[in-house]
Ligand binder design. Structure first.
Ligand code: COA
Length: 248
């Protein structure tokens, strides 16, 4: 896998590159581009390290739109426009990219995400006071698979500060009314993927999106939790490949 370093407004934005394909993957809270290794290998495309994550630059991020700005600029530089795949917080970023920079969006794949992403207040409080306990709790909710949950509990504990920032941004993200009153009309092909056992962004969040984006396709992956691309990579890749191959 290749690592490419882009410059956006003189800031360093790294992306991982898999097989040639116009896809940009956006990770969720406290994660980084490596989350998508199996997708880059088998489906292809680019995965970004959002600012303050992985090997990315440090930048002041005040809301989800700030992340959207960096990703949209990266897509423009790399391929002009792409299928934007976003997981959880990354799914909120993908929705903002569609609303604010529609020219860079060929299609959307919204994974384990929603139109509103309120966060348990207990998680936000614990992340400040007892990061290790908070990391354990987030991992327990995020995975249906115990060994992956243990591994991520350590990763999230090391990244408690950025995880707190990301979850605070999620907590303020809310497009529910804009979808309900028709202000948002998504007119690009859209795929919704969610794990059947997702405890952080339950299936009903994707059902809401499906209701308000009638043309969207929805795939519920059995026996998977929130981190569906890691827990069930084969099923996930099959759904994504099937979607992107029909776009050409
Ligand atoms: N799509 C569709 N419906 C949504 C939604 C979404 N993205 N987000 C919230 N809603 C609905 C809820 O189902 C609820 O409907 P109901 O009253 O019919 O049950 C209503 O909107 C209000 O929900 P919410 O905004 O979440 O407020 P709340 O005070 O009921 O609950 C939490 C707050 C934090 C307890 C709850 O959001 C939760 O359990 N979140 C999941 C855990 C978490 O931390 N996730 C992290 C996401 S990154």
């Amino acid at each position: 896998m290749e690592r490419i370093t882009l410059e956006v407004d003189a800031l360093r934005i790294p992306v991982l590159k898999g097989k040639d394909r116009d896809i940009m993957y956006i990770h969720g809270s406290g994660c980084d581009a490596t989350l998508w290794e199996k997708q880059l290998e088998e489906v292809g495309g680019y995965a970004i390290d959002l600012p303050n994550h992985g090997q990315s630059c440090e930048a002041e991020i005040r809301d989800i739109s700030d992340y959207a700005y960096f990703v949209a600029k990266a897509v423009k530089k790399l391929v002009g426009s792409a299928v934007i795949v976003g997981h959880s917080l990354g799914g909120a970023v993908a929705q903002k990219i569609y609303l604010e920079y529609p020219k860079v969006v060929k299609a959307l794949a919204l994974v384990g995400t929603g139109a509103r992403l309120r966060v348990l207040p207990e998680i936000l409080k614990l992340l400040k006071e007892k990061p290790e306990e908070a990391a354990k709790m987030v991992s327990k909710y995020a995975f249906s698979n115990e060994s992956l949950a243990d591994e991520f509990s350590r990763i999230f504990a090391e990244r408690a500060k950025v995880l707190h920032l990301d979850l605070s941004l999620c907590d303020r993200f809310d497009l529910l009314d804009d979808y309900r009153n028709g202000k948002i009309k998504v007119d690009v092909p859209t795929l919704l993927i969610v794990g059947e056992k997702d405890a952080l962004t339950p299936v009903k969040y994707s059902e809401f999106l499906k209701k308000h984006i009638p043309s969207a396709e929805m795939v519920v992956i059995p026996e998977a939790g929130h981190m569906v691309m890691l827990e069930k990579p084969d099923e996930f890749n099959k759904a994504l490949k099937n979607f992107v191959e029909r776009l050409q």
